[in-house]
Design a protein around this ligand. Structure first.
Ligand code: FA5
Length: 357
């Protein structure tokens, strides 16, 4: 008679070392498969007499059930081990994921001009100024005439203007009879801002302007200015200078060397040029300051009575100052940018050096 206990022990010994599902299934098949050892024993029951079958049959069937159950239990154990192994290997490493994200996702950033413009707007807003906007396509009146620069005035040649029509051709007017141009300075907003406002008032107007100029390290054809105007009673040149210096100190957050010299602009009298000591070369001379150590930054002056009149203001009662900050040059000084053309380059390597979103 076959020793069922021995078969059971042998099976358990073999099963205990198995680590793979296929191995367990093979072993199970060796015992209880179609031609397995225990299956053969069960087949042989028919050749036994009734007593033998009664004694042996249930035990053989028990062994068969035992082998099947143990195989199932062992398979579950293997499955649990495999799941745990996978969990350990595939653990989500949050720090790693972050590093990968930082490396692969390109964040947008603010253009340095936007940063400086926002900062200046905040400074002026805190001092009670309004922030105005104006059209890029202008007419002769707002760009020149209202600013005390009549036709044929030599000052028209101070800024190389982009005309939509030939300015010397009297017929070259648009449907409204006005000659159109791309504004050559933000001073166009002086009269637009004055009309409809009652003194005292103050406003700034940042925006792009256009000039048909040769470009170099400090000159662009499309660049940004920030116009400012303050109108009231008894405003003096001392007020103007105090304002300009306060603003520069707020922007640079350190003392910067400036110089004031007479400047001619038909729309102000007296007029000044406010230059800043070049911060690219610390005044020793470079391509930005044209080797002179100073950069023209903030022309300004007391508003000419003719301009006040064009803006509907009584020049016998009110006066005030205006200025036209070269915003791009200010950005260059603040960030140490040695060529204005970087600002318009669209080069992401340049842009991404500044504050990210
Ligand atoms: C004007 O445009 C006057 N409208 C400014 C003004 C306003 C004077 C109010 C008085 C009262 P100007 O052409 O100098 O002035 O330009 C003003 C500033 O813009 C310059 O000081 C300079 O900083 C900047 N700027 C001028 N041309 C360029 C250019 N091609 N590229 C970059 N910045 C320029």
């Amino acid at each position: 008679m076959v020793d069922l206990e021995k078969i059971k022990e042998k099976f358990l010994a073999s099963l205990s070392v198995l680590t793979k599902e296929a191995e367990v299934l093979n072993l199970k098949s060796e015992y209880v498969g179609k031609n397995g050892a225990v299956s053969e024993i069960l087949k042989s029951l028919k050749d036994m007499n009734a007593d033998e079958r009664k004694a042996f049959g249930p035990k053989a069937n028990e062994l068969k059930d035992f082998i099947q159950d143990q195989s199932t239990i062992h398979l579950s154990k293997i499955e649990v081990l495999e799941i745990n192994k996978k969990l350990a290997e595939d653990r989500i490493d949050i720090s790693l994921t972050d590093q990968v994200l930082v490396k692969t996702i390109k964040h947008g950033g603010f253009h340095p001009r936007t940063l400086v413009q926002q900062e200046i707007e905040d400074i002026f807003l805190s001092m009670g100024f309004d922030v105005l906007d104006g059209p890029h396509i202008e007419d002769e009146f707002h760009n020149f005439e209202a600013l005390n620069i009549p036709a044929d005035h030599p000052a028209r040649d101070m800024q190389d203007t982009f005309w939509f029509h030939d300015p010397h051709d009297e017929e070259a007017k648009d449907k409204t009879g006005k000659k159109r141009l791309l504004r050559s300075h933000t001073s166009t907003i002086q009269v637009r801002g004055m009309l409809g406002r009652k003194p005292p008032f103050r406003f700034i107007a940042p925006g792009i302007v256009f000039r048909s100029e040769r470009t170099d390290a400090s000159h662009e054809m499309v660049f940004t200015q920030l116009e400012g105007m303050m109108i009231g009673k008894d405003i003096s040149v001392a007020n103007l200078i105090y304002f300009m210096k306060t603003i520069l100190a707020e922007i640079f957050k350190k003392d910067v060397e400036v110089r004031l010299r007479p400047g001619y602009f038909p729309f102000v009298e007296p007029g000044f040029e406010l230059d800043i000591r070049c911060l690219i070369c610390s005044g020793t001379g470079c391509s930005v300051c044209k080797q002179i150590g100073w950069v023209e930054l903030l022309p300004c002056g007391m508003v000419h009575p003719n301009v006040l009149k064009a803006g509907g203001i009584d020049s016998d009662v009110y006066n005030g100052f205006a200025f036209g900050l070269g915003l791009d040059r200010l950005v260059m000084m603040k960030y140490g940018i040695d060529d204005i053309r970087h600002l318009q380059s669209g080069d992401l390597r340049f842009n991404s050096q500044f504050k990210l979103f």
